[in-house]
Design a protein around this ligand. Structure first.
Ligand SMILES: Nc1ncnc2c1ncn2[C@@H]1O[C@H](COP(=O)(O)OP(=O)(O)OP(=O)(O)O)[C@@H](O)[C@H]1O
Ligand SMILES: [Mg+2]
Length: 218
């Protein structure tokens, strides 16, 4: 591997968990706003399930989800982060964890939630990684098992955050949006087009969910 590439990777890793290393940064402020909005939609309910998505690929969904999760865990919230991008999961690498068993294994009945969930050791942040690569990802996410899993774990946490694949490219995120309490829409500065933002808004309205916040990732 070229030295430059290695240096770049090192830089990216350092930059990664913004809120963990630098809780006073401007980016952290965006996450705090989202957190406040989550509390608003929560109302008297004990907890909420929030999907983080973006119109296209590589706009920062996984980065932002991980950072919101850490930000909330630092505020003493009990957080569950689920990697719902099961076709190419990467939350485990962010937190330097294995991904031998995860969401897909729980949904397929191969493992229990308790067997698959891992403590991150950052406050009360638990992580359910993506799991074994499935043959039928869309079906699994749309299954009754997914609804049952979320219903069962909801009372155990203050907030459940789900990372997801591109909203406009696959059905996965639409299906999950429908069973979540709200969506955070990530848009990438100088990359996400206005058209795809409008299209995302339309798609999410159709999925009968509300956008509780937008993160402009620059
Ligand atoms: N604000 C940022 N500054 C610099 N690099 C970033 C930023 N946000 C994301 N990245 C980098 O861009 C790449 C894509 O980010 P990320 O994986 O979070 O996007 P994604 O929307 O989850 O992608 P995918 O659609 O493939 O799941 C990663 O290498 C990540 O480290
Ligand atoms: Mg991702």
């Amino acid at each position: 591997m070229a030295l430059n590439k290695r240096r770049k990777m090192k830089k990216e890793k350092k930059r990664f968990l913004v809120t963990h290393s630098n809780p006073e940064s401007v980016v952290s402020e965006q996450f705090r706003t989202i957190r406040t909005n989550i509390h608003f939609i929560n109302g008297k309910k004990k907890s909420s399930i929030i999907l983080v998505t973006s119109p296209g690929k590589g706009e920062g969904k996984s980065t932002i989800t991980a950072n919101i999760a850490v930000s909330m865990a630092q505020q003493k919230e009990k957080v569950l982060l689920i990697d719902g991008a099961i076709r190419s999961p990467d939350i485990h690498s962010t937190f330097k964890m294995a991904n031998q068993v995860g969401l897909t294994d729980v949904l397929a009945g191969k493992a229990s939630f308790e067997e698959a969930v891992v403590s991150s050791k950052i406050g009360m942040l638990d992580i359910l990684t993506g799991g074994t690569n499935p043959r039928n990802p869309a079906e699994l996410l749309a299954s009754q098992s997914m609804v049952n899993l979320l219903e069962r774990v909801k009372p155990l946490y203050d907030i459940i955050l789900i990372d997801s694949p591109p909203l406009l490219k696959l059905t996965d995120s639409k299906v999950m949006a429908h069973i979540c309490d709200g969506v955070v829409l990530v848009v990438k500065k100088n990359k996400t087009s206005l058209d795809s933002i409008f299209e995302s808004k339309r798609v999410l309205e159709f999925a009968n969910t509300q956008i509780i916040g937008t993160v402009v990732n620059d």
